[in-house]
Design a protein around this ligand. Structure first.
Ligand code: SAM
Ligand code: SF4
Length: 441
């Protein structure tokens, strides 16, 4: 019997890429490829890439070097590059890296099987055309409904916001929403396969269907998803503060299945910087949304993204960011030094702060957040939280799950409890997770 062909797939960047990678695995299975964690035994290497910051992009080129040497020893190895760097570079990537066999853009997953078949027959190819209508969802394969506890469901793709620093609209194309009927169909299939939690995914889910009159808007979509039997918990990511409507805020009060957590990136606490970023809100408008969310759902946990060292950010502006963080009390925060991305508006701005100044601001911000995170985690000690059991923890010694507020929690228990929502008493709040014990009636 011939041995199965092996796929080594590496994913960089955001949840959008993680979700696309699930689809890639399904497609490649359809061609007889089984996934391996060892690139040396692979027949096909695929990199699903990210270009959000220069460092992410450089990492891709670093990795390609590694696969080039593997290919020297195994000339039949097929190497493919997809995702945002592929979208940006297209054919150029085939020229820069002659050992790469195929380049597929962010709208071209439906062509991947054909491209791999062509590569098996010795042909190199690049496909990076954008598809700008809803048909592109029909062309996208669903990932296999293999179950699991929690799954992403794509509700929209692309972005129209053009934040001045951001490459996403350039590499993912214009915003387009999937019909509610298709979203609900996928959620039902997942629920029947035993999935307990869905995470509705898009670059800015709050503006879901805003260009598609007749479709439910995002608050209505949430209410429809909440009616699906078997789904016990709903999350969504990501939200743009400018599109966070009062109706959406009210969903946190009205829908018990909606997890009390929101990822609401502020990016800066300075009005001047926010305006230069083209974010469409001021710090006080952002804080008013935070206050309304806390009022609708007093247990809600906030996470966010923050950029330091954006062109024009001085010490005073940075201190406004620190003040905003203090007021929100984020459970966790992703923070980045601004990275100029060619083709974006901000790449044309004079970048005045030095690298050392930006690094120093980032360190101050992260040290403050570390303290807040620990204090918040400790504040759960003694409380009972609803924890969705995801399975064994990474050490394999206990169970791992997440509270409604999205705090990772470990506790002793039977792995057969995966998929259940349990009452867990928190006994210790650590820096990165909570420790608890199951409450038995
Ligand atoms: N659509 C989401 C949003 O609006 O929040 C996420 C976009 S992006 C994948 C995730 C985060 O990367 C952004 O929220 C921002 O903080 C950061 N980011 C984007 N472009 C950046 C850049 N040029 N330099 C540094 N950080 C950047
Ligand atoms: Fe980028 Fe802004 Fe769109 Fe988010 S909303 S993907 S930060 S352009």
């Amino acid at each position: 019997m011939s041995q199965a062909k092996k796929l080594y797939l590496e994913t960089f960047g955001c949840q959008m890429n993680v979700s696309d990678s699930e689809k890639i695995v399904t497609l490649m299975k359809g061609m007889g490829y089984q996934q391996t964690q060892d690139p040396v035994e692979a027949d096909l290497v695929l990199l699903n890439t990210c270009s959000i910051r220069a460092t992410a992009e450089q990492r891709v080129y670093g990795h390609l070097g590694k696969f080039k040497s593997i290919k020297k020893a195994k000339p039949g190895l097929i190497i493919g590059v997809g995702g945002c760097v592929a979208q940006q570079e297209g054919e150029k990537l085939l020229k820069k890296a002659p050992f790469v066999n195929l380049v597929f853009g962010t709208h071209n997953l439906h062509l991947l099987q054909g491209m791999v078949a062509a590569a098996e027959a010795g042909k190199r190819s690049s496909q990076t055309d954008f598809l700008d209508d809803e048909k592109r969802f029909d062309l996208f394969p669903h990932s296999e409904a293999e179950g699991g506890v929690t799954r992403f469901v794509t509700v929209m793709q692309g972005c129209d916001n053009f934040c001045a620093y951001c490459i996403v609209p350039h590499v993912r194309g214009r915003e387009i929403s999937r019909s509610a009927a298709k979203v609900l169909e996928e959620v039902r299939v997942l629920a029947e396969a035993g999935v307990t939690e869905v995470n509705l995914l898009g670059q800015n889910v709050n503006s879901y269907a805003s260009k598609q009159p007749g479709e439910p808007d995002f608050p209505e979509l949430l209410r429809l998803v909440a009616q699906v039997d078997g789904i016990e918990r709903i999350r969504f990511t990501t939200s743009h503060p400018k599109d966070m409507s009062q109706r959406l805020i009210e969903c946190f009060a009205d829908l018990p299945k909606l997890a009390p957590h929101i990822h609401l990136p502020a990016q800066s606490g300075s009005d001047r910087v926010l305006e230069r970023m083209n974010r469409g809100y001021t710090a006080s408008q952002y804080l008013a949304k935070v206050a309304a969310l806390k009022e609708a759902c007093p247990t809600i946990q906030f996470t966010g993204d923050m950029i330091v060292g954006f062109p024009g950010e001085d010490e005073a502006a940075f201190l406004e960011t620190m003040a905003l963080m203090e007021e929100v009390q984020y459970a966790d925060l992703f923070s980045f030094i601004y990275s100029a991305r060619p083709g974006t508006k901000a790449a044309e701005y004079a970048d005045d702060a030095t690298r050392a100044e930006k690094q120093e601001r980032l360190e101050r911000l992260q040290a403050a957040q570390k303290k807040t995170t620990l204090a918040r985690n400790r504040s759960f000690e003694g409380t009972v939280q609803k924890v969705l059991v995801e399975g064994l923890s990474s050490s394999g010694e206990s169970l791992f799950g997440r509270t409604g507020g999205n705090r990772g929690t470990i506790f002793a228990g039977d792995p057969a409890l995966a998929g259940r929502v349990l009452d867990v008493k928190i006994v210790e709040g650590l820096q990165t997770l909570l420790k608890g014990e199951i409450v038995h009636d």
